[in-house]
Design a binder for this molecule. Structure first.
Ligand SMILES: Cc1cc2nc3c(=O)[nH]c(=O)nc-3n(C[C@H](O)[C@H](O)[C@H](O)COP(=O)(O)OP(=O)(O)OC[C@H]3O[C@@H](n4cnc5c(N)ncnc54)[C@H](O)[C@@H]3O)c2cc1C
Length: 397
């Protein structure tokens, strides 16, 4: 086996790349030499710092992963907010009516369905753990790649490192995916997501709420301090018009669009917006390199599953690498990398297609589609086993 500078080099230390680095270190008992390359490593916000506007719903599977690598306790200072219910309804119906779909943690004997946590706190907790686990953190971008059968060479400016395996975890526009010519371009949705935190008149009751409006879904996620995090996906022209409103007018627009489910809302943080895209790379693996997280796949945020799917990549890749090591194989061996790529690409394709179908059904204003979808949520609510399957999927995924 060729001697290299590192066994595994991960380009991108966001939530997914940093999770992979720490899980590999923990499950190999420190036997792997790991480099994490991230030009802008996240810093843990100070306890008195206000909550950042970018938060994610982290499933219980994600929580288990963060716990295994020792990051979960570090997040306590940033108050992860448990959500016990998920309430979903169509704009044609009233919330709480027979066609409202309610996922309830109690129904499946769990304390909650997941937690709402700041993205930057998750990444920072993982970076802190990575350093404690002896992972080498290089604060610079990956600028070049050469992938050969016996080793990969990674350029960081004018410095070059030889490694057995390169992992691209550098986000949806992934420079590394382009360098490796792994193919596929993200497809824009005709939607922009507006995110901000709002103070509701009525308590959120630890429930995540989503109302399907003709322009796109509006979600209100519960925060530990009583506020809610808004994720409102809508056509870019409408998003621009809303961006131009004063805080008061914007809050009134959200109150109306959420059908007053939490009473009058008040803007309680700056507003940001994100163009939405979907993507599944043509290939997840090539010679001595694989993709994980948003570098490999992106879905509509309507189910709050993007990073959770990335964590599933992390678990699957770690299993393959460990099996290869246990069998005496090189960590860049094409067999395990190919198995990882096939299974995760298929799973992400299926999941992405399912979310895309939901997106299409709920933004299609043709009469027959509108009529048909009215019954969808209510039918799912009444079909207990299907609903329980969906809840389990939300918990596991
Ligand atoms: C509005 C919205 C709401 C969402 N809500 C949820 C939710 O509730 N739950 C959920 O699971 N998901 C959610 N998502 C999806 C989630 O935010 C993403 O899936 C997640 O951030 C992807 O993490 P990542 O680590 O793969 O990529 P990123 O977070 O994009 O990290 C990539 C990292 O790579 C680094 N990088 C870039 N170029 C280089 C280079 N050349 N060399 C080295 N490093 C480089 C960057 O600095 C960055 O730190 C949401 C997305 C949106 C848009």
């Amino acid at each position: 086996m060729t001697r290299t500078d590192f066994d595994v080099l991960i380009g991108g230390g966001g939530m997914v790349g940093a999770a992979l680095a720490t899980l590999l270190a923990v499950r190999s008992n420190g036997a792997l030499r790991i480099a994490l390359v991230e030009p802008r490593p996240a810093l843990m916000p100070l306890p008195q710092e206000t909550l950042d506007v970018r938060v994610s719903a982290i499933s219980r599977a994600g929580q288990r992963l963060l716990t295994e690598v020792g990051a979960w306790p570090l997040l306590a200072a940033r108050s992860p907010s448990p959500y016990e219910q998920m309430i979903v309804w169509d704009a044609q119906d009233a919330v709480g009516g027979p066609d409202t779909l309610i996922f309830d943690a109690a129904e499946i004997g769990e304390p909650d369905l997941g937690h709402i946590i700041e993205n930057r706190a998750i990444a920072a907790a993982l970076i802190e753990r990575a350093l404690a686990l002896g992972i080498t953190l290089l604060r610079t971008p990956v600028t070049g790649l050469q992938l050969d059968r016996d080793r990969a060479t990674v350029s960081l400016g004018d410095r070059q490192l030889s490694v057995s395996l390169v992992v691209a975890a550098d986000g949806v526009d992934s420079p590394m995916r382009h360098l490796a010519e792994l193919g596929g371009e993200p497809i824009p949705y005709p939607q922009t997501a507006i995110v901000t935190h709002l103070r509701p008149e009525h308590p959120h009751g630890a429930a995540a709420r989503q109302r399907f409006l003709p322009g796109g879904p509006l979600a209100l996620l519960p925060l530990a301090d009583g506020r809610v995090s808004l994720v409102w996906s809508l056509p870019p022209t409408q998003a621009q018009a809303l961006a131009a409103l004063t805080d008061e007018a914007f809050a009134s627009a959200v109150t109306a669009a959420s059908d007053g489910v939490l009473g009058q809302l008040e803007v309680a943080s700056p507003r940001s917006s994100f163009p939405l895209r979907r993507f599944n790379a043509d290939h997840y693996a090539t010679t001595r390199m694989v993709l994980v997280g948003d570098a490999a796949h992106v879905v509509h945020p309507l189910a709050g599953q993007g990073v959770n799917q990335g964590f599933l990549d992390v678990l699957a890749l770690t299993d393959e690498i460990n099996r290869a090591r246990a069998g005496g194989a090189d960590v860049g061996d094409p067999g395990p990398l190919g198995r990882y790529a096939r299974s995760r690409r298929a799973d992400n394709a299926l999941f992405g297609a399912a979310l895309d179908s939901i997106y299409r059904v709920y933004t299609d204003e043709r009469d027959w589609v509108r009529r048909g979808r009215r019954t969808l949520l209510g039918t799912a609510q009444r079909l207990g086993p299907i609903k329980q399957h969906l809840v389990s999927r939300a918990l596991l995924g």
